[in-house]
Design a protein around this ligand. Sequence first.
Ligand SMILES: NC(=O)c1ccc[n+]([C@@H]2O[C@H](COP(=O)([O-])OP(=O)(O)OC[C@H]3O[C@@H](n4cnc5c(N)ncnc54)[C@H](OP(=O)(O)O)[C@@H]3O)[C@@H](O)[C@H]2O)c1
Length: 322
Amino acid sequence: MKAAVLKGFGPVENFEILDVPLPRPGFGEVLVKVMASSVNPLDYQVRRGDYQNEVKLPVVTGHDISGVIVELGEGVINFKIGDEVYYTPEIFNGQGSYAEYHCANESIIGIKPWNVSHLEAATFPLAAGTAWEMLYSRAQLKINQSVLVHGGAGGVGVYTIQMARAMGAIVYSTARKVHHEFLKSLGADYTIDYEKEDYTAAILKLTAGKGVDVVIDTLGGNTLSDSAVILAQMGQVVSLVDIEKPQNLIHAWGKNATYHFVFTRQNRNKLDELTKLIESGKLKPVLNRVFALPEIAQAHSLLEFKQGDRDFYGKIGIEIGK
Ligand SMILES: NC(=O)c1ccc[n+]([C@@H]2O[C@H](COP(=O)([O-])OP(=O)(O)OC[C@H]3O[C@@H](n4cnc5c(N)ncnc54)[C@H](OP(=O)(O)O)[C@@H]3O)[C@@H](O)[C@H]2O)c1
């Protein structure tokens, strides 16, 4: 089968499309013909060598799959040949999604929502799965609570906004001005231009000094310490990103705050919950650009571009199977 193989950590040129052996399904595993994948920051972080202790070269990376089951390993009880499924391959354990076929344990795959294409479905598992863990599993957001979603125009942001809205929350989001109308169409009640406004001042003004119940941190930097300033009493911060330098959380005591740190985990239950949201129309795909597998370098370059003026929001799809 063909796969995009990363031969060395570093620039996008280190990918090569090669013929590699077809994987064989072990006990409890299915073999999936991969129809589509999508690109996440984790993919370019792996490529440039941020996880050299976890990843052995050469590697086929990639963290989203939508495809069709073509073979069952022994002991598979929940799926059959022909089922359309979507999932995130186990992170840092085995082959990733940039390949024509992939083997996965049945415990981490879910039935693909019927109302989206494979390319659209592949945009959900990592980004929307993480949003689900943050809002449902960790913050347990309640109706009429307020939530600030940082990076609302990003892959995680576009799904977190929709989900928070579906949960009945009041949604604030930071993004560049050019994306504000789109984020409002997804369900954001208030948008803050991170290039022109100090978001802490904006949140305190918009909430008349009360602050928000939940902050979703997709940014890092000083967000952990700044969040404590704009939290309501008993507020929560959910962070997805590494802390580059120590932060002073003194204001967190004053707010009786709770901090959650999330590194997404794979399981079928989460995908089944996403499928319900997608099939009911509460969670819509935001597929902005599509590349073919041999164009993986361009896809990485687009997502990684951080000059503040990239003409991009939402997710990038990778078309693999036909
Ligand atoms: N821990 C986990 O399990 C987990 C899971 C998923 C993702 N993540 C991490 O979460 C982060 C976001 O992921 P993603 O898929 O959403 O990435 P993404 O698609 O690249 O989106 C990032 C978004 O943040 C925006 N942004 C940049 N600087 C900002 C600022 N100062 N204020 C507000 N928004 C800003 C970007 O907007 P512009 O276009 O204006 O630059 C972009 O829309 C990444 O670091 C990723 O590694 C972690």
